[in-house]
Design a protein around this ligand. Structure first.
Ligand SMILES: Nc1ncnc2c1ncn2[C@@H]1O[C@H](COP(=O)(O)OP(=O)(O)OP(=O)(O)O)[C@@H](O)[C@H]1O
Length: 126
């Protein structure tokens, strides 16, 4: 929450602290984020192994970022849904299913990106 006594810079630094805390919470408590981070580390190792180009690194990191952002948004929506209606409700189920669609889209697109980058290189190995 905004503190009215904070100036611009102090307010930005306070927000950054909360945002970093959010990232830390996601990385340490959310299994889906942990799994995506493991995949991101694996993709980074693959990138070094196959010596991908600068543009490919940029696209790969954008794809990783897209998945992490979508997972984080999905987690936030799930938390809100559980908070406002912890009991079973058809609408909550629908909201959660739709929210889960976001990381699924991102993961699907990232798989296509990975295919473009690595399939030609893996083919060269055989
Ligand atoms: N309160 C609820 N009412 C109705 N359906 C629910 C409810 N909670 C969960 N569901 C259904 O169960 C599915 C999984 O919900 P859950 O909150 O366990 O998400 P998850 O994706 O399994 O969690 P995580 O991201 O932590 O792995 C939802 O997509 C929804 O279809």
């Amino acid at each position: 929450m905004k503190n009215p006594n904070d100036g611009f810079l102090r307010g930005r630094i306070r927000s950054l602290k909360f945002a970093l805390r959010g990232m830390w919470l996601l990385m340490t408590t959310e299994d889906s984020i942990k799994a995506q981070l493991c995949i991101a580390i694996f993709a980074t190792i693959l990138g070094f192994y196959f010596d991908i180009s600068n543009v490919e690194w940029m696209i790969q990191f954008l794809a990783i970022g897209l998945v992490l952002v979508a997972e984080a948004a999905n987690t936030a929506i799930e938390e809100i849904a559980d908070f406002i209606h912890p009991e079973y409700h058809k609408k909550i189920g629908l909201i959660k299913d739709i929210a889960a669609g976001a990381p699924s889209f991102a993961a699907f697109i990232s798989l296509i990106v990975a295919g473009f980058i690595y399939i030609p290189r893996i083919n060269l190995l055989f």
